[in-house]
Design a protein around this ligand. Structure first.
Ligand SMILES: Cc1ncc(COP(=O)(O)O)c(C=O)c1O
Length: 368
């Protein structure tokens, strides 16, 4: 095997990735999934206006996208009623997390998050040699108080919380997050991941002063806007910090079709509202499927529901394997006690009909 002169940091990194994609699983099983409800994508897809915008933009696909995302940045700024200087656009929240880690993290730097929270953030932190200090979940919620307590001990560069949360779908009211922001230690930055923000009920998304240097909030077009394949997310924050991203980001990372799609998505808020209603109805159906199978569901403010299989991680993992073996793509949390659950994204009625039947079979098979 050739020996490459990769960095000493890269040599120490594991070769694992945060998520193995459903396509890779299909190739490994030599079989396509019949139901794809595992990656919190939106089966309802993008607005018809977005499809039209992508078609119109197709003829210009030979051009690089605007590296300053002028139109998209302005559209996002208008949507959030802030100036464009508060907005940075990137290749999904995941891409922006990579840039955030590159901006902030040096080997040995401390970062605070929750054990079992969104792993791609941790992946990027580890990629720059950062060290995680982990708070435990409390009652299936990321524990805002514990995160702050741990931050007071470690004085980390970054503190991560998702509201609403993945993988449990739970959420905090806005005032919990506002209180957290007030308590962020000097020199720390709260990374507020609102990937599922559009699904959240009233009173969950805090009002944040966009000049506040203690918090950077993240949104995406991958979830409620139904554009996971387009890979666009954005950060909203204090302008000096936003500008710092220009030093390290991939300037041509967001293509022209993607930018046109997202401008069109923002302009069709009626479609977004319909998707949010469709997702809420599908979530109810998942709660009902849990009830029908005598298992608990965790109330969710997202486009997925964690179903509590009622025993330990090994049991839930066997249920999951049965579902996957039966052509249903779902995932599960990675860490106890969250891993007593499987995590099921909402689907269309036909998807959930097939899931309901497969779950019944899986629970029966596993319970013997
Ligand atoms: C909490 C959370 N943050 C970020 C992301 C990734 O978002 P994006 O598709 O914009 O990279 C996800 C996707 O599942 C998520 O669940």
């Amino acid at each position: 095997m050739p020996e490459y002169r990769t960095s000493s940091l890269a040599k120490k990194l594991p070769s694992t990735v945060p998520f193995v994609g459903p396509e890779a699983q299909e190739r490994a099983h030599e079989r396509a999934f019949r139901v794809r409800i595992g990656a919190n994508e939106s089966v309802f897809g993008p607005s018809p206006q977005v499809k039209k915008a992508i078609n119109t933009a197709a003829i210009n696909a030979w051009k690089y996208g605007d590296p300053e995302f002028f139109d998209l940045r302005h559209a996002i700024a208008e949507h959030h009623k802030v100036a464009p200087e508060h907005i940075m656009v990137g290749e999904g929240i995941d891409g922006l997390f990579g840039y955030l880690a590159r901006l902030f993290i040096e080997p040995g730097d401390k970062v605070v998050t929750s054990a079992g929270a969104y792993p791609t953030f941790n992946f990027h932190v580890a990629g720059y040699g950062g060290e995680l200090a982990l708070a435990s979940y409390r009652d299936d919620h990321e524990d805002a108080d514990a995160l702050i307590e741990l931050s007071q001990i470690h004085r980390p560069k970054l503190i991560y919380i998702a509201n609403p949360d993945n993988p449990m779908g739970t959420w905090w009211p806005a005032n919990t997050i506002e209180k957290m922001i007030e308590q962020v230690p000097d020199g720390s930055l709260l990374v507020l991941d609102e990937a599922y923000g559009e699904f959240a009920p009233d009173g969950v998304l805090p009002t944040i002063d966009p000049f506040d240097p203690c918090v950077l909030r993240f949104r995406t077009f991958s979830k409620a806007y139904g554009l996971a394949g387009i890979r666009v997310g954005y950060a909203i924050g204090e302008p000096t910090l936003i500008k710092e991203f220009n030093k390290i980001r991939n300037h041509f990372g967001v293509g022209s079709l993607a930018q046109a799609a997202c401008v069109a998505a923002l302009s069709d808020q009626a479609y977004l509202m319909q998707t949010v209603l469709d997702v809420a109805a599908a979530r109810e159906r998942l709660y009902q499927i849990a009830l029908d199978n005598d298992i608990q569901s965790i109330p969710s403010a997202t486009n997925f529901v964690a179903l509590d299989c009622g025993r330990d991680g090994e049991f839930a993992s066997t249920v999951l394997q049965h579902l996957i073996g039966n052509g249903i793509f779902v995932r599960m949390p990675g860490i106890a006690p969250l891993n007593r659950c499987i995590r099921v994204s909402v689907g269309e009625q036909k998807d959930l009909d097939q899931f309901a039947e497969a779950l019944k079979g899986a629970l029966k098979a596993v319970s013997g």
